[in-house]
Design a protein around this ligand. Structure first.
Ligand SMILES: Nc1ncnc2c1ncn2[C@@H]1O[C@H](COP(=O)(O)OP(=O)(O)OP(=O)(O)O)[C@@H](O)[C@H]1O
Length: 251
């Protein structure tokens, strides 16, 4: 199984050291939870992994290949997909069309072929449409595939973000606060989705404040504070860690 490896990764923004020499690995077939107080560097780490920010120090490798200088697109081709804290959907487009945007890297047709609706472009569109429909049905959005995304409720928008990420057929998916704003019932549904992704062989990184959810679904948990890794290990061990309780869980 493949593993994404962060080795002594750091990031500073001017004088702010947002991530300070963090090392962790994300393996396929595993859920890794990333927790910590506000401003502890969780989203920055996710942005470093997905290529949105360049590293200030350290390295990111995938099965030994150095990804550190690779672009967002190159990392997507390497199998890394992500979602955002605030769903980034195109409101006037349907649920299905939004999901299909995630299939971009498997689209071979050029603009001319798509515009002229050539047989090749039609075949390809039908193949990617079927993939997106299957994923939307699997994630529980099958009944609303024709709805404009702006009419979806908050939870549906969050699940659509995940569906779009899955349409890329990634090996790793990075979820930025997927439980944000969800009800307990919706979090149960989210738990089923992330466990199903893990069981299908994906490596899932979850940045999240909803610690009950993280401890319940994760195989491993890493806790950050002020950019530094303060604990890493099984959910039970991290939940019982004195420093994690002091800076984050104890309040
Ligand atoms: N683009 C940026 N420019 C300058 N400083 C930034 C930038 N992004 C993050 N920071 C700073 O880096 C630190 C870590 O922020 P980050 O958003 O990664 O934390 P977080 O753990 O995800 O927080 P939250 O749980 O509130 O989302 C903070 O001090 C933040 O102000």
């Amino acid at each position: 199984m493949s593993a994404l490896q962060l080795q002594s990764v750091s990031k500073h923004f001017g004088g702010v050291l947002a991530v300070d020499q963090v090392s962790l690995s994300l393996r396929q077939g595993e859920i890794h939870g990333l927790i910590g107080p506000n401003g502890s560097g969780k989203t920055t780490l996710l942005n470093l992994l997905s290529g949105y920010y360049p590293l200030s120090g350290g390295s990111i490798t995938l099965d030994g290949d150095d990804l550190s200088a690779k672009t967002v697109q190159q990392r997507a081709y390497a199998g890394i997909s992500r979602t955002f804290q605030k769903p980034r959907l195109l409101g006037s487009m349907s649920t299905l069309d939004n999901a299909m945007l995630g299939c971009w890297k498997d689209s071979q047709s050029n603009m001319l072929q798509i515009g002229a609706f050539t047989p090749k472009a039609r075949r390809e569109e039908s193949r990617l449409r079927s993939r997106a429909e299957e994923i939307l049905h699997g994630i529980g959005l099958g009944a609303i595939i024709d709805e404009p995304a702006r009419l979806l409720d908050h939870a549906e928008q969050r699940f659509l973000e995940i569906a779009r990420g899955l349409c890329m057929q990634p090996r790793f998916i990075l979820l930025d606060e997927p439980a944000g704003g969800l009800t307990e019932t919706e979090i149960e549904r989210l738990a089923d989705i992330v466990v199903a992704m893990r069981d299908a062989g994906l490596g899932v990184l979850i940045v999240e404040h909803h610690t009950d959810f993280v401890f319940r679904v994760s195989n491993r948990v890493t806790a950050l504070n002020l950019g530094k890794q303060i604990a890493s290990g099984s959910p039970q061990a991290v939940r019982a860690d004195a420093e994690v309780i002091r800076v984050y869980l104890g309040a």
